[in-house]
Design a protein around this ligand. Sequence first.
Ligand SMILES: Cc1cc2nc3c(=O)[nH]c(=O)nc-3n(C[C@H](O)[C@H](O)[C@H](O)COP(=O)(O)OP(=O)(O)OC[C@H]3O[C@@H](n4cnc5c(N)ncnc54)[C@H](O)[C@@H]3O)c2cc1C
Length: 309
Amino acid sequence: MGSVAQDTVLAALGQLCPGGVHPNEPLARHVTFRIGGPADVLVLPRSLDHLVAAVAWAYREGQPFVILGRGSNVLIADRGVRGVVIKTGRGQDEVRYHGGRVIAGCGASLPHLSRATATRGLAGLEFAAGIPGSVGGGVAMNAGAHGCSMAGVVRRARVLTPAGERTWSLDELRFHYRQSRLQQEPGVVLDAELELRETDPRACLARLEAWLRTRSDTQPLGPPSSGCIFRNPAGDHAGRLIDTSGGKGMRVGGATVSDRHANYILNTGDATAADVLTLIAQVRAQVRDRSGIDLEPEVKLIGEFEPSG
Ligand SMILES: Cc1cc2nc3c(=O)[nH]c(=O)nc-3n(C[C@H](O)[C@H](O)[C@H](O)COP(=O)(O)OP(=O)(O)OC[C@H]3O[C@@H](n4cnc5c(N)ncnc54)[C@H](O)[C@@H]3O)c2cc1C
């Protein structure tokens, strides 16, 4: 339980986040893969103030914690997470509009925000309509699709760091392909300021719908998954490499490589994190043998994995 006893953690967080503290909570319920054991303590803060209080407390007490948004890019260990998990969401989803400048809370849903901005004739976020993450997770991952990414629309983000609240500019966020500074040093995105272009709502919505159609034609959107499992290597696509190595349909336990898009691993109902990890290792070895390319996982592994995994 990290460095502080569980009773102390529950008492402290219970005071700071009333109604939002859940001991021994199965995380499978809280992530899109529907896989994962319990967190010792799951915190679902009911407001931005509660989120700030919980994170500031954890930094101050040296209590390790994991921050989650929608849990759409993670694989949680079967044994779960020892310590504290803080998940953003409804209490942190306020969005403020100032012309093309949009300030979105970390818990705001990317698909909702994408549609809301397009409907107002604010162009730039249409690419995110099919990315089932949060604004905080989208910034941390530099989520992107259709040749666009968060780096193209985020101007700055308010981040709670162990040294206090900071505003990181676009440069300071150090965005690269599916990378940001949030993956290199501790920090919790509280909100992000986006700069969108004011234009005709019909054009924005048409683009958004066209991109959603492309996704539903090419990606498996039904069964639980965590989106693309591997990062695309420079100049190629992980999905193409997996497909040409014969990876489609490979299966371990309840986890299978999608027939529709080979960079998706699906949970067919009873997949464990161990199944997914074994399948990742097999797919990776097959691609390495066939093309010499070592694919790197994009999905974040969180929690207490077996030493061999
Ligand atoms: C069906 C499907 C389709 C997808 N399609 C795409 C796609 O087209 N493009 C794409 O890029 N991704 C895609 N994804 C992956 C995923 O949706 C994105 O990476 C998304 O940005 C993750 O957001 P999240 O809120 O779910 O983050 P989580 O999965 O909860 O967390 C991901 C990482 O971000 C960190 N994080 C979360 N919130 C914060 C915060 N407030 N502050 C700091 N760090 C934080 C977490 O600690 C973790 O390291 C897809 C996933 C699924 C299931």
